[in-house]
Design a protein. Structure first.
Ligand SMILES: Cc1cc2nc3c(=O)[nH]c(=O)nc-3n(C[C@H](O)[C@H](O)[C@H](O)COP(=O)(O)OP(=O)(O)OC[C@H]3O[C@@H](n4cnc5c(N)ncnc54)[C@H](O)[C@@H]3O)c2cc1C
Length: 361
């Protein structure tokens, strides 16, 4: 999820260096023209051609949102942007905020009109109006009938949209388009769903677990869920607004939902919530074996047994992984070309999990 798509990169590059370029070009051109030798007169048509080519590429990149219109007359849809109002924006830890937005209630699709049923897991594209770039974000509790959506958003030092969102104040307008399905839930397909997240990668899983417990009819009653989450330090763990309900679900329904929390390092900072089961280290093979109930090999099995006779992980167990790319690669192997799913490697690969059982969000 937290990957920066190549299109985003190209779009941003083109915007900064090409679409904003005419002003710089003309200034530079005026000054250089006087001193440039005549033999470089071809430079202007060449630069012009290059500019037109790259600018048209920018307009045709599907990831760049400029082509979608903005309207307040039609219900929310991925086909157009809808203006929303910032209700609140509150700090929720280092570089993160809880942002509450409201869509006019008459624009919330009625049941039946809405193409994806707002079932888990879905997201919206939010448009940064300053540079006309969009990024996907996950509303924590879906959307309520008043049109309220709550997001947990992280800003990165050189990140465009995250920083722009953090600068927004109550009353400001933010345009978004969606819903878009992040991952399709299929009723009755899995006995167990294991979600592994890092940082704000927890948001799609929060949405799924919230749906499981608050709208139980929409999710298979017989599926068990486990959420394994890692943050860098205790204070970087998700805020109480996110961890609180998850911890409560795990406590009230231990047979339906398990929550395992990890931090890379204990720097002495305070976690947002007292978390008795917090472990200090990155999730590794041994943790996953323990979580999945794979028994350890005894020394004599290791020495004398030619094949691993431990019970394999059930084919009816699904692993969803979401977080920064290095974490995804360590847990499940890297994405493939053009952000396809790629091979199942890493910890899950070593556990014998098949590609059919893994989805990298
Ligand atoms: C389906 C989906 C749902 C998402 N939901 C959420 C959500 O609920 N909350 C949320 O905060 N984000 C979410 N994201 C991530 C979000 O879409 C952006 O990728 C993220 O906010 C960074 O965008 P940006 O424009 O701020 O940074 P960019 O301009 O894209 O990145 C600029 C620089 O910031 C740094 N950077 C950016 N992202 C990361 C990262 N993940 N790890 C380390 N460094 C990084 C890099 O150095 C990069 O060069 C979701 C992504 C997907 C695909």
């Amino acid at each position: 999820m937290l990957r920066i798509s190549a299109q985003n990169q190209i779009g941003r590059y083109l915007h900064r260096h090409i679409l904003l370029a005419p002003r710089c070009f003309s200034r530079r051109f005026l000054t250089t023209e006087q001193s440039e030798p005549k033999s470089r007169k071809w430079a202007l048509p060449l630069a012009g051609g290059l500019f037109i080519g790259l600018a048209s590429l920018y307009f045709f990149l599907p990831d760049v949102s400029r082509s979608a219109p903005t309207t307040s007359r039609k219900p929310l849809s991925a086909r157009h942007f809808t203006p929303t109002t910032v209700i609140s924006s509150e700090s929720s830890g280092p570089d993160t905020k809880i942002l509450k937005l409201r869509v006019p209630p008459n624009l919330v699709p009625k049941e039946g009109d809405d193409p994806i049923g707002f079932g888990p897991i879905w997201s919206v594209f939010i448009k940064d109006d300053d540079i006309q770039v969009e990024r996907p974000y996950t509303p924590l509790e879906s959307i309520d009938e008043d049109g309220t959506m709550v997001f947990w958003i992280k800003k990165y030092p050189r990140g465009e949209v995250g920083r722009w969102l953090h600068s927004k104040q109550p009353g400001d307008t933010i345009e978004l388009r969606g819903p878009l399905k992040t991952w399709p839930w299929k009723e009755g397909e899995w006995d167990e769903v294991v979600m592994i997240s890092g940082g704000t990668g927890i948001t799609p899983f929060y949405q799924l677990v919230h749906q499981v417990f608050e709208h139980p009819t929409s999710i298979s009653q017989n599926t068990r869920f486990t959420l394994v989450h890692g943050s860098r330090t205790p204070e970087e763990l998700p805020p109480e607004r996110v961890l609180g309900p998850l911890a409560a679900y795990a406590e009230e329904h231990p047979h339906k939902f398990r929550l395992k929390l990890f931090v890379d390092a204990d720097d002495g900072s305070k976690p947002p919530l007292v978390t008795p089961s917090l472990e200090t280290c990155r999730v590794n093979d041994e943790h996953m074996k323990r979580i999945m109930g794979v028994p350890e090999l005894t020394w004599w099995q290791r020495w004398f047994s030619s094949r691993d006779t431990r019970p394999a992980i059930s084919q009816k167990t699904l692993f969803l992984v979401c977080g920064p790319e290095p974490m995804i690669a360590a847990i499940a192997g890297p994405y493939g070309r053009n952000y396809s799913q790629g091979p199942t490697l890493g910890i899950l690969g070593r556990l014998g999990v098949t590609p059919k059982q893994v989805w990298k969000l």
